[in-house]
Design a protein around this ligand. Sequence first.
Ligand SMILES: Nc1ncnc2c1ncn2[C@@H]1O[C@H](COP(=O)(O)OP(=O)(O)OP(=O)(O)O)[C@@H](O)[C@H]1O
Ligand SMILES: [Mg+2]
Length: 417
Amino acid sequence: MKKNKEFEFKPFSRKQKQLLFWWTEDSPHKDKDTVIADGSIRSGKTIAMIASFLMWSQYTFSGEDFILAGKTIGALKRNVIKPMLQILNTWQWEYKYNRSENYIIIGSNTYYMFGANNEASQDVLQGLTAAGALADEVTLFPENFVEQMIGRCSVEGSKIFMNCNPGSPFHYVKTEFIDKATEKQVYHLHFTLDDNLTLSERIKERYRKMFTGLFYKRYILGLWVLAEGVIYDMFDTDKHVIQEIPECDEYIVSIDYGTGNPTVFLLIGIKDGKYYVMDEYYYSGRDKGRQKTDSEYADDFKEFVKGRRISAIYADPSAASFITELRKRGHYVIPADNAVLDGIRYVANLISQNRLFVHEKCRNTITEFTVYSWDPKAAQRGEDKPLKEHDHTMDALRYGICSHSSRRVVRLTTVRW
Ligand SMILES: Nc1ncnc2c1ncn2[C@@H]1O[C@H](COP(=O)(O)OP(=O)(O)OP(=O)(O)O)[C@@H](O)[C@H]1O
Ligand SMILES: [Mg+2]
């Protein structure tokens, strides 16, 4: 049996206790089928939900199967399984964790792990008859997975536990479960930072400062608000457009490549956790009346980076032919991380914290910062998506900054071109 660390419980808040004990005999909500805990980041939803789910499933059933679901198996293991095993150690409940087959046996019950965005995982789910499910970060799940998951919970007395940060007010979790809480027998609990007693005032203040606008409303206030209008509305030309760039510790280049659309290269300097967009290359074949070939773009790229010390080059992951062309010429190009929403949130945080600046000569980048907008049609469908226009420097910027900061690549030695 694999022994993990123990979980060090601190006093639970009233909200956490409501989540911990909603299914117990004394609770006015015990006959409900579903609990949803939504709200701010770090507000103590997941930890209280795991403890609640473990107690409920162990005290109520034996010999049954349960579902544990995350956006991906990786996210589930990080956010749920890790603290869950620590809790089991603290409580001294025996368990058998099968890492390769992704299930855990606790007492006589079996808990199967699923990644909601994995097609194969849906097939396995289809064959299961479960007595309950715990869905962590459920706003990130496709709707059909949630339907399927609920459909599998057909054992008498089964219950569904879901938690999430808010998204669009048109998101199905909001419209189908929270708005219909009474008719669908859903117990809805709304969490804020104050519902996690382990956070000090200083830490809460730090979280509050990390977000502005839409992200502040969703992740700090925990509200379901529409992604509408300009995405980087915290970008202030007076503050973030500068005339002089300091000497930086390292320089990276980021590429957004288009065949019909413009191609962009950005030179970004990094110093003391701050990012400086120092120079841009922007070529629109449509505007200029002539498309360029990969080879011509590679010539322009060579000119763009000439004489500069570049520690990494990140490119649009879909730009396979151009990446090949650059590699043929000896440039070490890394296909970028393209998680759009995480990337937008990260860039927005940098701007809010005054950690991202643009040199005044980068006209296209500055323009796009002020017009890059959410797609209103997608918003009506409950999806957060940027409009696919005026997004080229914005995509390039995100590729560079997010891929570089996640540091999944081994640091490259500095090359003099
Ligand atoms: N009662 C408690 N005892 C010990 N630690 C706690 C307690 N409540 C919350 N925490 C800790 O606070 C942190 C945030 O809690 P948790 O992960 O449950 O928040 P969350 O609401 O799920 O956040 P997110 O929306 O970011 O996923 C975690 O490190 C968690 O272990
Ligand atoms: Mg959580």
